[in-house]
Design a binder for this molecule. Structure first.
Ligand code: NAD
Length: 501
């Protein structure tokens, strides 16, 4: 058993320069949300620990950025195999700390592994451009070079997938990386680091520091970090974006969401209801692409409500590691209480509670049942806020125009879906809706790894989405090289602006 395996029993270590370490200082508790018990401790890294990680990453950078691109790709290929072989173990760590069901955790790890699969093609992805004779005997080419030491700060709800949106792309591009995962779910990141070392990644290329605001602030202020990827809630995303701008760092900061699904009367309502139950209550609603607002158009509303009620009532709530369970607990007691307070508020504001899940269906742990509200209005808190729990709100409108206007008036803009059999209506929706990701009869349109993931408006601060080609662009800088060789019978440029023609 190696050092990190020993430590993992009681303490989730940080990972600096290729080994498990427990920096001195504050410690935090890690809980099993299905029982409410403390299961592990995690060090909350301070500026000194962050500095040690940056030093390791900076020292590893020159050799890694100049490593032959095929060598980098082969490390990714080996990593891909190891992740596949250990997918279940990583998923079990996630279920034990986040609470989501094991099959759901397996699916999320798979979506992360697919980014590693995409990153294996890095030799093709990093190809530049070349133009011969942009002037007489003058050629121009571009190269994509790594930006340097990069950092990733990630949320609790996808302990493996969201980090894997970032670090495989950054590292394949030739950067070194420091991950600051959510302190609520720290274990998966350390297992991913161990496997990367086993795949042949040189020490210092991938580092993990744990902690809260103090660790994040140390990352933002550190002059040795060139780029920051963040995923989390909107207020923190905005503050990260602003801090990075102040510190002169490249940044992409993905925020919260309020995802709508518009259901037209011509939709296959049974199909739509099944899709909405999965999208609303899967992972107890703790997904950035969860559907939390259903916009029922005209005659779709009554039959859709009846179907949603019947299907939501059948959801089996329990510990995520038990067979046959559909929905696990919320991540913490505080979050469970916050979601419950939104249910209370929704009732006070006049929304109709078709199903009220605020009484915990399981005694221990941080459970809530499925809640379904009808007649929700845009002014209500239950609509305006990202609840991030198993609460599905139905809003009723008369036309597709009204539905699109409602979606577009929302400040969040991650994803939106439409359920219809009409190609014309779907095309209009796709064209007019102001969000980053659109689903047509697909409730959670999370793009596959070779496309890019990201929202608009308050769901993303920055210019580039994650993974896909936008990920390659974020983690590289373009250099444009113009070349002329002497003795080609062309004169050297004089004092006037050369036009090269
Ligand atoms: P969060 O914003 O509370 O935390 C995210 C990260 O920021 C964590 O690593 C946390 O330690 C750190 N952090 C927390 N408070 C901080 C502070 N004051 N200063 C600096 N850093 C701080 O988010 P969360 O509760 O872990 O995750 C849920 C949120 O993430 C939801 O809003 C969800 O929509 C969002 N999310 C968005 C996407 C997306 O793709 N847009 C994906 C997943 C989750």
């Amino acid at each position: 058993m190696n050092q990190s395996a020993d430590l993992k029993l009681a303490t989730v270590p940080a990972w600096i320069n290729g080994r498990a370490v427990v920096p001195p200082g504050r410690m935090g508790n890690v809980f099993n949300p299905a029982t409410g018990q403390v299961t592990k401790q995690v060090p909350y890294c301070d500026a000194a620990a962050v500095d040690a990680a940056v030093k390791a990453a900076a020292a590893a950078l020159p050799e890694w950025r100049d490593a032959p691109i095929l060598r980098r790709a082969r490390v990714m290929q080996k990593y891909l195999q190891l992740l596949q072989a250990n997918q279940k173990e990583i998923a079990q760590l996630i279920t034990a700390e986040h609470g989501k069901t094991l099959p759901d955790a397996m699916g999320s790890v798979q979506r992360g592994i697919e980014v590693v699969e995409f990153a294996c093609g890095i030799p093709q992805l990093l190809k530049g451009e070349y133009s011969e004779n942009v002037g007489t005997a003058v050629d121009t080419h571009t190269v994509r070079q790594p930006v340097g030491v990069c950092a990733g700060i990630t949320p609790f709800n996808f302990p493996a997938m969201v980090p894997m949106w970032m670090f495989p792309m950054a590292i394949a591009c030739g950067n070194t990386f420091i991950l600051k995962p959510s302190e609520k779910v720290p274990s998966a990141s350390i297992r991913m680091a161990e496997l990367f070392k086993e795949a042949g990644l040189p020490d210092g290329v991938f580092n993990v520091v744990h902690g809260d605001k103090a660790a994040v602030e140390a990352i933002l202020a550190h002059p040795g970090i060139a780029a920051v990827s963040f995923v989390g809630s909107t207020p923190i995303a905005k503050s990260i974006y602003e801090a990075c701008a102040r510190h002169g760092k490249r940044v992409q900061a993905l925020g919260g969401a309020k995802n709508h699904a518009v259901v037209l009367p011509d939709a296959d309502l049974e199909f739509a209801a099944d899709a909405l139950i999965g999208a609303g209550y899967g992972s107890a609603g703790e997904r950035c692409m969860a559907v939390s607002a259903v916009v029922a158009v005209g005659a779709a509303a009554d039959p859709l409500l009846a179907l949603l009620k019947k299907k939501a009532q059948a959801i089996k709530v329990g510990p995520g590691d038990q067979d046959g369970v559909d929905m696990g607990p919320l991540v913490t007691a505080e979050h469970r209480d916050k979601v419950a307070s939104f249910i209370t508020q929704g009732k006070k504001e006049g929304a109709t509670p078709v199903l009220d899940g605020s009484t915990p269906p399981v005694k221990d742990g941080y459970f809530l049942g499925a809640t379904l509200f009808d007649h929700v209005k845009p002014g209500m808190q239950v609509y305006k806020n990202e609840i991030f729990g198993p609460v599905l709100s139905v809003l009723r409108v008369n036309t597709l125009d009204e539905a699109i206007a409602l979606v577009n008036a929302n400040p969040y803009a991650n994803g939106a879906a439409i359920f219809t059999e009409s190609g014309g209506a779907a095309r209009r929706f796709e064209n007019e809706v102001q969000v980053g990701m659109v689903g047509i009869n697909v409730p959670i349109p999370v793009p596959v790894a070779f496309y890019s993931f990201g929202g608009w408006k308050n769901s993303l601060f920055g210019d580039l989405h994650v993974h896909g080609m936008e990920g390659v662009k974020f983690y590289t800088r373009t250099k444009v090289v113009t070349t002329r060789w002497p003795h080609q019978d062309t004169p050297a440029p004089g004092l006037n602006m050369p036009t090269l023609g």
